[in-house]
Design a protein around this ligand. Structure first.
Ligand SMILES: Nc1ncnc2c1ncn2[C@@H]1O[C@H](COP(=O)(O)OP(=O)(O)OP(=O)(O)O)[C@@H](O)[C@H]1O
Ligand SMILES: [Mg+2]
Length: 376
C-alpha cells in the first residue's frame, strides 16, 4: 500500500504541474481486497486533463494493481456549494471512463426503473435491435415510460434506428450521462460516443466498464421499462452484464431456422444459469406476405420452429413478427415502424402490439407464474 500511496501522491495536476496531493485535492485513497479507490477534487481540471490524470494513474500502477480494480472518482467543491448561486454554465460533453469500471460484487438494480428486460439472440442478424426498438415504441404506445440501452458495443445500431446518429450526450451537473431522447424514449448507445468510422478495438474488461456506466451512470429518470439490446451470442459481455445487473427477464429473438433456434436455446440456458428468468421467445421474420396478396404466407425460413422450441423449453411464446419491406425501410430511414401511425393495423404492427401487451401482462407482479421460469 505504501508504494501505491507514494505513486498516487506523486501524480500531478497537468494544469499547475503541482501534485494533486500538495494541492490538497486527494479526498479518499483506499486499497482493500485488491480494490483501489481514489477520490480527488477536480475543481478547475477539464475533462481532457482528467483523462490524462487517469491514464497516468493506470500507467504508473500497472505493475501493482489490476487496471479493472482501479476506481477513480472526482468531486468538485463548487457543485456542492449551495450558498453561492453559480452562473448558468454550458454543459460539458459526457465522457466515458474507459477501463475504470470496477467489477460489481453483486447484482445491482438500476434505480427508478421498474423492469429491466434484455433482448438476446444466439446468433447475429436475427432482428434483436429491430425488436428492441419497436418493442420500446410498442410499450410506449401502451402508455409506458420506456428507455432503450444499446449494449452492442461492436455494432451499435440504435442511434440509426431512431434517427439520432449525430446526437451527443451531455453530462448533468452531478456528472451523470444524460440520455438522448427520441420521440419520448430515452436511449443511450456507444455509437453516440464514437464516430461511425472509428474502429472499435476495445478489450472485454473495458466494455464491461462502459456497460456498467450505461446502466448505472446514466440519468434514466423514472422508467416503467428499460430494454437492453444485447450483442449477439452468449459471450462474456452478455454474461457479465446480467451477472452485475438485476435483469427482470430475457426475451429471446429467433428466426424460424433450426440453426438460429439451436443457438437461442443455448443462449436462454446460459441466462438460466445466472438466474435470469426467461420472459419468452419471439419469432422474427416468420413469414412473408406480399402486399398484393396479403392472405398468402410464405414461410421462407421454415414454419413454427420458435413456437415448438418455446413449448419444449416450457417458456412463453410471445408472438411472431412477419417480414415486411416497410419494417426494413423504417430501420434504414431512422423512423421507427411502431412510431408511424400509417402502419397501424398491419400484421407487423399488430404483432408488436400483442407482444407489448403480453410483456406488460407478464411482468405484472400480481400475476404469478410467468416470471418463475428459470432455465438451468
Ligand atoms: N421482420 C422483419 N422484416 C423485414 N426486415 C427485418 C425484420 N426484422 C429485421 N429486419 C432487418 O434485418 C436486418 C437485421 O436486423 P437487426 O439489425 O435488428 O438484427 P440484430 O439481431 O440486431 O443484428 P446484430 O446481431 O448485427 O446486432 C436489418 O436490416 C433489419 O431492418
Ligand atoms: Mg443489433
Amino acid at each position: 500500500m505504501e508504494e501505491i500511496k507514494n505513486i498516487i501522491h506523486s501524480i500531478k495536476n497537468p494544469n499547475s504541474n503541482e501534485t494533486l496531493s500538495s494541492e490538497g485535492r486527494i479526498k479518499q485513497l483506499t486499497y482493500e481486497n485488491d480494490q483501489l479507490t481514489l477520490v480527488y477534487n477536480r475543481d478547475g481540471i477539464n475533462p481532457d486533463q482528467k483523462r490524462k490524470i487517469e491514464d497516468v494513474i493506470i500507467n504508473e500502477l500497472k505493475n501493482l494493481v489490476n487496471e479493472n480494480n482501479i476506481m477513480v472518482k472526482t468531486v468538485s467543491t463548487n457543485s456542492s456549494d449551495v450558498t453561492t448561486k453559480k452562473p448558468e454554465t454550458k454543459k460539458e460533453n459526457a465522457n466515458l471512463k474507459v477501463g475504470h469500471g470496477a467489477p460489481l460484487p453483486q447484482k445491482k438494480r438500476v434505480s427508478n426503473v421498474k423492469k429491466v428486460i434484455a433482448v438476446s439472440s444466439g446468433k447475429g442478424g436475427v432482428g434483436k435491435s429491430t425488436v428492441s426498438t419497436n418493442l420500446a415504441y410498442a410499450l410506449k404506445n401502451q402508455g409506458k415510460t420506456v428507455g432503450l440501452l444499446d449494449a452492442d458495443i461492436y455494432g451499435p445500431s440504435i442511434p440509426m434506428l431512431v434517427g439520432k446518429r449525430d446526437a451527443k450526450p451531455l453530462s448533468s451537473d452531478d456528472k451523470k450521462i444524460l440520455p438522448i431522447e427520441a420521440d419520448g424514449i430515452k436511449f443511450i448507445s456507444f455509437g453516440l460516443f464514437i464516430s461511425e468510422q472509428d474502429p472499435v478495438i476495445w478489450r472485454g474488461p473495458m466494455l464491461g466498464g462502459v456497460l456498467n456506466q450505461f446502466l448505472f451512470d446514466v440519468d434514466w429518470g423514472e422508467l416503467d421499462y428499460l430494454i437492453l439490446d444485447l450483442p449477439p451470442g452468449t459471450g462474456d459481455v452478455q454474461l457479465s452484464m446480467v451477472q452485475a445487473t438485476d435483469v427482470d427477464g430475457i426475451i429471446g429473438v429467433s428466426t424460424p431456422q433450426d440453426v438460429a433456434l439451436l443457438d437461442s436455446r443455448k443462449g436462454l440456458k446460459m441466462f438460466g444459469q445466472v438466474n435470469v428468468p426467461v420472459l419468452g421467445i419471439i419469432e422474427n421474420m416468420s413469414y412473408f406476405s406480399p402486399d398484393d396478396m396479403p392472405e398468402k404466407k410464405y414461410h421462407i425460413f421454415g414454419e413454427g420452429g420458435a413456437k415448438k422450441a418455446a413449448e419444449e423449453l416450457g417458456v412463453s411464446f410471445l408472438g411472431d413478427i412477419p417480414m415486411e419491406i416497410a419494417l426494413r425501410e423504417s430501420c434504414d430511414n431512422g423512423k421507427p415502424y411502431m412510431n408511424t401511425l400509417n402502419y397501424e393495423g398491419r400484421p407487423v404492427w399488430n404483432a408488436y402490439t400483442e407482444i407489448a401487451k403480453k410483456v406488460i401482462d407478464n411482468t405484472d407482479e400480481k400475476k404469478k407464474g410467468f416470471f418463475s421460469k428459470i432455465l438451468g
